[in-house]
Every structure is written in C-alpha cells, then in structure tokens.
Design a binder for this molecule. Structure first.
Ligand SMILES: [Zn+2]
Ligand SMILES: [Zn+2]
Length: 280
C-alpha cells in the first residue's frame, strides 16, 4: 500500500478507535450507578471485565470519584473538573498530545507529596488493580499480534486512538457538559452549567449511555439512562417544559459558543487552570 494511503487509513482508524472506545467507556458510568445488572456484585464484575479492563480502572475506584462529582459539582473539589479549564487551542493540543494527562499526574503527585495523603477518591485499593493488569495485557497482546503481522497502520491507529483521541474526546465531552459560557468577565469560582444535547446520531454516541441528557442525570442520578428519554418526555408534557428550554443545546453549538466565549475570558478565574483526573 502507498505510504499516504497507509497514513490515511491509520488516521481514520485512530479516529474510529478513539471514538468508539470513548463510547464503550461511557457505560462504566452506568455501572457506577449500578445500572448494568440487578445484582450489585454481578454489576461490578461485568463492568470490570468488559469495560474497566480496557480503561485500566476498576469500577469501585471510578464510582468513588464519580459520586464525588455528583456531590461537589460546581466546586473546586470536584474530581471531574475539566470544566474549570478554558476551551482553547491549548486545551485541544495538550489533550491530543498527552501533555494534559502528564499535567494531571504531576498535579496529583504534588498534592500527594504536599499533603502526604490522597483523598479516598484517589486512593487505589491494591485488590482493585486487576482490571488495569488485564487491560495492559489485552492491549499488549493486540499490539504484539499486529506487529508480528507487520500491520503498521493498525498499530499506529490503535496507539494514537487509545493514547490521544480517546482521552481528548473524553475530556472535551466533560468540559462541554458543565463549563458555563462566560461573558467578558471571569467565571464564578463555584458554578457548573447543566445541559441537554439532543438525540441525533452524534449526540447519542459521543454522549451515549445517557450523557446526552446529562442535566436530567444530575437531577435524578438513580434513574437508568435507558429511561431518561421517558423522563424528558414527561417533563416536556408538564408545566415544567419551559424550564428545560434554556438548558437544551447541541454539542456543536456548545463547542462553538465556548470557543468564542473563552477567548474573551480575561479576568482571574481562580480555577481556570486546575487539572483533573483523566475523564471517563
Ligand atoms: Zn456531570
Ligand atoms: Zn453519574
């Protein structure tokens, strides 16, 4: 195959791998709220086996962090606080290049060194490390097989998809869910937007597993994503219908609005440059 054809195939492959792996990871959230199976132990086993092992995170560790997100939404303590970062070219380049992940790790390292302790959400239980080991083995085996067969475009696609596209998309989605659109002034330190993103093919895959109705999920986190469309229909048929309207948007519209608005944010947003753990 011609070199440029291989590069093109590799690039498309990387986009696909990153996008669909991000989609699968969204179901870790449903498992975090015990929505995969009636039995909680079976729920966690399924989540660890089929999702956590690809992500390298156990469901228990994810649940601790994610419940803190529900509890501390809009506060600097929120462990899923990508929305405190400006949507800028720097955010995009740093997310794609992996620099942002390194900054996150450096941030946690310095917090751990300064405080000599990690919060419960960040503490890793050694017994919960097996999904990470299974994941490393699975990714390693796949890359070994592809390398032995000299499938270089596929090797590149997998590495870039998992290492670059996937974390970028996950961080971007989380930012779009909660970052307020500021005016010319700085954002308030304690505030998070709540949005609904519609039902199109992109919204229901980029924001799959109910993330496209993220506002309703924050209102009623115990309701499975499979019933959020019913909740929305119920609200829209009630006198609360007008209350939903200002929260409705699309991913594209929110992205463009934030890109424009964040260019104008010049004040000292005290939380603007905080970093967060890799988003799921
Ligand atoms: Zn949220
Ligand atoms: Zn949740």
């Amino acid at each position: 195959m011609h070199l440029w054809s291989s590069v093109l195939v590799g690039a498309l492959g990387a986009l696909s791998v990153g996008y669909w792996m991000a989609y699968i990871q969204l179901f870790l959230h449903e498992a975090g709220h015990f929505g995969l199976a009636r039995d909680r132990r079976r729920n966690d086993l399924l989540a660890n086996l089929f999702i956590g092992s690809w992500v390298g995170m156990s469901i228990k560790a994810y649940r601790k962090r994610h419940f803190a997100h529900h509890r501390d939404l809009g506060r600097p303590d929120d462990p899923e606080r990508t929305y405190y970062e400006r949507l800028s070219l720097r955010f995009i380049v740093e997310s794609l290049s992996g620099v942002r992940v390194l900054r996150v790790l450096a941030h946690y390292q310095s917090v751990a060194t300064q405080q000599l302790t990690l919060s419960a959400a960040e503490e890793a239980d050694p017994k919960e490390r097996w999904p990470l080991l299974v994941g490393l083995t699975a990714h390693g085996l796949l890359l070994t097989v592809l390398t032995l067969h000299a499938k270089w475009a596929a090797v590149g696609a997998w590495c870039v998809g998992i290492g670059s596209i996937n974390p970028f998309l996950a961080s971007l989605r989380q930012l779009l869910e909660h970052r307020p659109i500021a005016g010319a002034t700085a954002l308030p330190a304690r505030y998070a937007a709540l949005r609904m993103f519609g039902d199109g093919p992109f919204a229901s895959t980029f924001g799959g597993a109910g993330f496209n109705r993220h506002m309703l999920h924050h209102m009623e986190p115990q309701i499975s994503y499979t019933r959020l469309a019913d909740v929305q229909a119920f609200v829209e048929s009630s006198e609360l219908a007008s209350w939903l309207i200002p929260h409705q948007s699309t991913y594209r519209e929110t992205f463009l609005h934030l890109l424009r608005a964040d260019r104008r944010v010049t004040g000292s947003d005290p939380s603007a440059d905080r970093v967060e753990a890799p988003a799921k």
